[in-house]
Design a binder for this molecule. Structure first.
Ligand code: 2BA
Length: 107
């Protein structure tokens, strides 16, 4: 079994969650904050069989897109940093980590 940890842009969260549900995958949705932009994103915890990992990722790929975000000149981000001019960063589609699950119990 694997645990997929996926950080999803907030713009894509609704469509990604709908697609995962329609495809029959179980997940837990957490409200999270990116450490660099300090803006809201969503982290999904998706426990699944090894042979379903690619299907989960393809389902997500169909709903996640890369987008450019402009950080205003006055924004502070990270720890005690501020930019003096507008900053353009490419965010997403999704940052995905896949880890082995040593033991799974449902009580
Ligand atoms: P944030 O940390 O808010 O980062 C938003 C975007 O800002 C990143 O998009 C990246 O393009 C840019 N960025 C991040 N750190 C930077 C830096 N030190 N210098 C310049 N630009 C930087 P993504 O790479 O698509 O990441 C989207 C979100 O996924 C991140 O939001 C963070 O919440 C998470 N994430 C990304 N990489 C991660 C990692 N290695 N471990 C844990 N979470 C990660």
């Amino acid at each position: 079994m694997k645990m997929i940890t996926a950080i999803v842009n907030k713009e894509d969260t609704g469509s990604v969650c709908r697609a995962l549900t329609e495809a029959g995958f179980s997940f837990t949705k957490l409200a999270t904050t990116g450490g660099f932009l300090m803006s809201g994103n969503t982290t999904l915890l998706i426990g699944t069989d090894d042979d379903q990992v690619d299907a989960v990722i393809e389902t997500m790929r169909s709903k996640c897109c890369r987008r450019t975000e402009i950080v205003p000149a006055t924004a502070t981000y990270g720890m005690a940093m501020a930019n003096s001019y507008p900053l353009e960063v490419t965010v997403g589609g999704s940052i995905i980590f896949v880890q082995d699950v040593v033991r799974f119990e449902k009580l």
